[in-house]
Design a protein around this ligand. Sequence first.
Ligand code: FMN
Ligand code: SF4
Ligand code: SF4
Length: 618
Amino acid sequence: MSALRPLAFSALLRRLELELAGGGPVFGLARKDWHVPRPEVDLSHGLGQRRAANPIGPAAGPHTQLAQNMVQGWLAGARVFELKTIQVRDQLSIPRPCIHAPHYALNVEWSQELSLAESVREYQKTAWLLEILRRSRAGGGLPPRANLDFLLDLSVGYSLEGLRSTAMRGALQALRQPEAGFESLRDTLDAQQRRWAGDPPAGPVAECVTLSTFHGCPPEEIGAMAGCLLEDGWHVIIKLNPTLLGLERVRHILHERLGYHHLQPDAEAFARDLSLHGAVDLLGELHGKALGLGRSLGVKFTNTLVLHRDAALFPEDAGPHMYLSGAPLHPLALATAAEVVERLPQALPLSFSAGVDRHNAAGLLRCGLAPLTLCTDLLRRGGQARMAGLLRAIEDRVASSACATLAEFQGNTAGSAAEAWKERAHRLRQAADIAASDESHAAVQVMRPPRKLTRVLKRLDCINCDICQPVCPNGALFTWVSPTAEARGVRQIGVLADACNACSNCETWCPELGAPWRVKERWHQSAESLLASPEDLDGSCFHQDGLLLRFGRQLFRYRPADMLQEDVFEVVVPDGAALASRPVADAHRAQHLERARMLWKALGSGGDHPVSTLWGGR
Ligand SMILES: Cc1cc2nc3c(=O)[nH]c(=O)nc-3n(C[C@H](O)[C@H](O)[C@H](O)COP(=O)(O)O)c2cc1C
Ligand code: SF4
Ligand code: SF4
């Protein structure tokens, strides 16, 4: 299985520094896709005690697991990041493929893939990298007056015992008091990088925790888990599930109103999950507790909907379920929000995550929902750059409503707090009713998969449409330029193998037949990573003064010619910690050697190959 391996902080910093200075794309995001805020519109929004410059960002999921993804998101305008859920069980084996998102999304990727320690470090790296971007205004690429503040929202699950475990307590503590973590990151930098990176951000990496009440989280433990977090000083958001609506309502909206007859909700999950009345009582109790402790309590609508797994899409080891998000989830989540808010006597901050896109975001904010976080929309063509378009749409709506701030735009017409809350419930109910009868959420409109050609994808040949790179949620794809005589100057796709977890989203969106992550040239950050990767995948990495390569299940060492000797190109096998050369007859030797030379040449071509900038070239 392809496993994620975080990229070293020093490598990420080097790439950030060189690409910010270079004037081209940064971590794959072209400058035309960066969000440049409109200074006359103040979209800032508070969460707990922090404020972010706007209420938009990626939802807990594949876009918020690795630091490089969040750099991309920040450049596209994201300022609120719901981090990938962490939990005590951090050695899960996630089945592949794990995402199928040709229109709405289905996934079986239900928890963090990194170890707890790696996740903590990744979130510390993220905070520091985003702070560099904020302070430097993306290397001077964003206007001086723009508010660029961001915040990270931690997501945790899925049991009281897990939350109270030493490992989880340690992880939360390392994010509340990250000084030692920042210090150990600083230790990995050389003097020049230390100067360039400046000081790490002051204070906690995050102050707010979103509690994921999904994936078998026992409903009777939610109150104690939230209580525990509040007592430990966190601001807390309870992320609810669409199962609160009840099986009959969900079936009615999903099947009768929207026409998704092929999607089958799991009745047992509804029976197991929190009830609507239970949720309302729980929120009331926790609100009182939060007030007493001087913390805030919010509620988020919603997590994904649990369905019976489609065996044609996901392998058996995925278990009995798959999870639905995107357009069909949107009306369900709005209906859930309306049901809860109508029953809640006290006003609570409401956030939202279900099929948010550029067409509905401003309307959702008007209903009093903020922050809005997205996942499925970012898996579509354009990837995280879609956030920049969404932010422009919100800014235009706010400005054309003659409002200067988000708070004004969300303002209620009613006078007292109680009336304002009623008004909010009324708006949510209206929005939910409209969404359930809106064609744009219906199966006939939504289910239009990306177009496929009959052309078969090849390693160094494709139509170069540039669709795959942005749809990769892990920032694992990049472009490079071929130096070979027959294809000189042709842009190629490459894979940062350590950032690719074989989720398959690039395959879904590639117009050609084949999987870019498997077919295109793959680069590893170390020999250890190359040797640990599946044997049927080709790949390369820097090794000693040359390259280590695996072509067709065979390992080669390549050392380019120097003053004293010719090119060295030999078959090697792992021999303890070293590599021993083996004289083996290889029918494809000439071809393999040519490929090794080409890769070496590409790395040296001007230093702007992302692999060179990450790992320093020769
Ligand atoms: C591939 C994938 C992975 C996700 N992982 C998590 C997770 O780890 N924790 C969580 O609370 N929600 C997770 N979600 C749910 C999202 O955070 C979000 O609430 C949901 O997808 C609805 O938003 P959307 O319609 O914009 O995708 C995931 C969703 C997807 C599609
Ligand atoms: S390269 Fe493709 S398979 Fe790998 S993480 Fe990116 S989208 Fe998923
Ligand atoms: S690999 Fe596929 S999606 Fe990527 S550029 Fe080539 S044809 Fe386009």
